[in-house]
Design a protein around this ligand. Sequence first.
Ligand code: 0PR
Length: 392
Amino acid sequence: MQKEGKGKEEILQILENKLKGDFSYETGYILGSMCTTPLDFGKEVYMKYLDKNLGDPGLFKATADLENELIAEIGELFNGKNIIGSITTGGSEANIVAMRIAKKVRPDIKNPEIIVPASAHMSFEKGADLMGVRVLKANLKDNFELDMEHFESLITKNTCGVVGVAGTTSLGLVDPIEKIGRLIEDKNIFLHVDAAFGGFVLPFLKELGHDIPPWDFRVHSVCSITADPHKMGLGIIPSGGFFLNDRSILHHAGFEIPYLAGGGFKHFHIVGTRPGGTVIAFWAIMKYLGMEGFKKIIKQCMDNTNYLAKRIAEIDGLKVAAKSVMNVLGITTESGESICELDDEFRKRKWMLGKFTEFNLIRVVLMPHVLRDHLDRFIEDLSNIVKKLDIS
Ligand code: 0PR
């Protein structure tokens, strides 16, 4: 560390230079990210309240109340009643919290197992590693749908939890949550839905008239949901969400910090100190956009998704991996040839996409920062790459 402090202008200039290597959303090159730039109004609100610490709800009781109000409102959006939960650092933390609860509510199981679809996010493996739970993966069929027979065959007396994904990381597909619910009925098994991405897409798609099978608390057996503000909620990075339908679980499985907030306050968080600013910002974003605001954003994203799908269909040698349900699109080769070289070529041209080698697809996420103009540039490059690599 240097002895004397530098001037603000100088520091800002140094930072500007040092951070030049980062990609920025507005260029359109970030085409495979599930995050986007937060809504401007959200940033404004966040800046105003960034010193609030929800790790100590004794000091910031009003912010804690606001968080509960926000959770309840989102819970209603997910067709639940009296939903509790918290804004987390992201979907990974929310999924790990869910896994911990699934294990905790079944102390009778000595070797607990949680069944997840093969498409489930890495966070379930992290959780398994951290808490000594085995994660069993249910196969997908050739069309990327969950193989329900295989899923069912994995359920045993060791199963403490099952997971369905509403908006898979690779393709944005939605698992048949009702069917999963039926498999575990009356079995005292915890059902968690990972809607980290889809949580702030599906309710608005439904309002836009899309046929969306029940995936949320409308499905009786669903116990908890992950849904992230920092993905399609346009919230501050990082902010995820965990939503639970049974308050009584908090009393016997919540952590208690006896010296804080006068004691008696229980929570599920993994972290201690927690931002209040991200919570307040998302409360404000929801008030500001309302149902109509979110619908408009999702419609634009879906229009772009359909546009890209149409343009891909025009290119010989390539196809979409599956019909998009939401604003995620997989590109694969018609012949089954590997997409790895394709991804390398994209990266050389600065297009940042997601490469899923296990499914042989490249993921495009049509986030709100992606514009038609970016897509036209992308398609032009794509056509040239296909020619160069002689994909047919
Ligand atoms: N569940 C699902 C279905 C997800 O897709 C993700 C992350 C998570 C949980 C975990 O969420 P957090 O990353 O908030 O903990 N999905 C993105 C992905 O893996 C995360 C991401 C976001 C990656 C932005 C890159 C990026 O630029 O693609």
